[in-house]
Write a protein that binds this ligand. Structure first.
Ligand code: HMG
Ligand code: MG
Length: 308
C-alpha cells in the first residue's frame, strides 16, 4: 500500500466538543495551518442547529473565507472542505456559500440517532433522501457517516448485520464514501477485523473510511488492523481534539500526528508534515488552555535517524 487519504476532522469534530468556542476567523486560521501541513481534505464546519452545537455557528463565514483564499490562489483549489449537513434545511443554508462537498451523518443505533439528530434511523434516511436530491441537483459530492458501528453509549452492542444493511442503504443513496465511526472509542482490532471481513467482502475497501476515536487507546491498533483489509481512508483530528456532544465518554479522535507518524514510519505516504502538526497542537493549547492528548504532539519527534 502506498497512498493514504486522511480526512482531517479537527475543525469540526474536534472543535464541536471544546468548551472554548473558536470564532470563524480563528477556525479559518487553524484550517490554513492544516493546509500548510499538507492536509488535502479538511472538514470545515457543520450546518446544524446552533442550540445543539453552538461551536459550529458561523460555518458559512468559515467556508466563504476559505473559498476566497482559494480564488485568490492562497489555497490550492484541489483542497476539499466538506461540511456536515443533517437535513434539507442545513443544506439550503450551506448552499448559500457554495460548498463543493457535504457529509450526511446517520447512526447504527437508535439511542444515538435520537440524541444526536433527534429522529429514528428510518426517519434519518428519509431526510437524507431529500438532501441527496438537492445535492445531486447542485452537483455536490456527498460523503456518508455511520456512527456507533462498534457500540453505542445508550444501546450498547450494535449488531454487525445492521451495520452492513445501513452501509448498503448509504451507498444506495449515492454517497461516494462511507465513514464508519467508532464514536465512543470502544473498538479493539478483533472487532474491527470481524466487521471489515464482511464489509470488504460485500462492498470492497475502496469507498470505506474508518473514523476512530481514541477514548480507550485502541485507535492506532485499529488503523493497523484496517490496513490489513485494504482500507486507505482514515479520519483523524489534529492534537486529538474532539469527541461528540451527544456521546458521553467520547474523547478525541485519533490524533492526526500519531496517524501520520506511524504511517510514514511504515513507509506509507501521507503527504503530511508531522512537524507542522506539532506546531499546530502548541498553537491550539495556548487557546484551549488544556493539555491536548496526542502522543507525538507531547513527545515530539525522535532524533534524526532514529527511525531507520
Ligand atoms: P430538530 O429540533 O429535530 O429539528 O433538530 P426540527 O426539524 O424539528 O426543527 C426545529 C427548528 O430547528 C426549526 O426552527 C428548524 O428550522 C430548525 P423553528 O421553526 O423552531 O424556528 N432547524 C435548523 N436550524 C439550523 N440548522 C439546521 C436546522 N434544521 C432544523 N440544520 C437537527 C434536528 C438535526 C437540526 C438537530 O438535532 C441538530 O442540529 N443536531 C446536531 C447534531 C450534531 O451536530 N452532532 C455532532 C456531529 S455528528 C458526530 O460528531 C459523529 C461523527 O463525528 C462520526 C462519529 O464519530 O461517529 C460524524
Ligand atoms: Mg466523530
Amino acid at each position: 500500500m502506498s497512498k493514504i487519504k486522511i480526512v482531517e476532522v479537527g475543525p469540526r469534530d474536534g472543535l464541536q466538543n471544546e468548551k472554548e468556542q473558536f470564532s470563524p476567523a480563528a477556525r479559518v486560521q487553524l484550517i490554513e495551518k492544516l493546509v500548510k501541513a499538507g492536509l488535502k481534505n479538511i472538514e470545515a464546519g457543520a450546518f446544524v442547529h446552533p442550540k445543539w452545537v453552538p461551536q459550529m455557528q458561523g460555518s458559512d463565514k468559515v467556508l466563504r473565507a476559505l473559498h476566497k483564499r482559494q480564488d485568490e490562489g492562497k489555497i490550492s483549489k484541489s483542497v476539499r472542505f466538506p461540511v456536515l449537513v443533517p437535513n434539507a434545511r442545513g443544506l439550503e443554508d450551506a448552499l448559500k456559500v457554495k460548498p463543493k462537498e457535504i457529509s450526511i451523518f446517520g447512526a447504527s443505533s437508535e439511542g444515538f440517532s435520537k440524541r444526536n439528530i433527534n429522529c429514528t434511523i428510518a426517519e434519518s434516511f428519509q431526510r437524507f433522501e431529500k438532501v441527496m436530491e438537492i445535492a445531486k441537483a447542485n452537483k455536490l459530492k456527498v460523503r456518508g457517516y455511520l456512527s456507533t458501528v462498534f457500540g453505542c453509549p445508550y444501546d450498547g452492542r450494535v449488531p454487525e448485520k445492521r451495520v452492513l444493511k445501513l452501509i448498503e442503504k448509504m451507498l444506495k443513496l449515492g454517497v461516494y464514501e462511507v465513514s464508519l465511526g467508532d464514536t465512543i472509542g470502544v473498538a479493539t482490532p478483533r472487532q474491527v477485523s470481524r466487521l471489515l471481513e464482511e464489509v470488504v467482502t460485500q462492498f470492497g475497501a475502496e469507498g470505506i473510511a474508518m473514523h476512530f476515536h481514541d477514548t480507550r487507546g485502541t485507535a492506532l491498533a485499529n488503523v493497523l488492523e484496517s490496513l490489513e483489509y485494504g482500507i486507505t481512508i482514515f479520519d483523524s483530528s489534529v492534537a486529538s481534539l474532539g469527541g461528540c456532544p451527544y456521546a458521553t465518554g467520547a474523547s478525541g479522535n485519533l490524533a492526526t500526528e500519531d496517524l501520520v507518524y506511524m504511517l510514514e514510519g511504515m513507509r506509507i505516504k501521507t503527504g503530511v508534515k508531522v512537524e507542522e502538526l506539532i506546531k499546530i497542537r502548541a498553537w491550539l493549547e495556548k487557546r484551549i488552555l488544556r493539555r491536548l492528548p496526542s502522543h507525538v504532539g507531547q513527545a515530539g519527534l525522535p532524533l534524526p535517524g532514529t527511525l531507520n
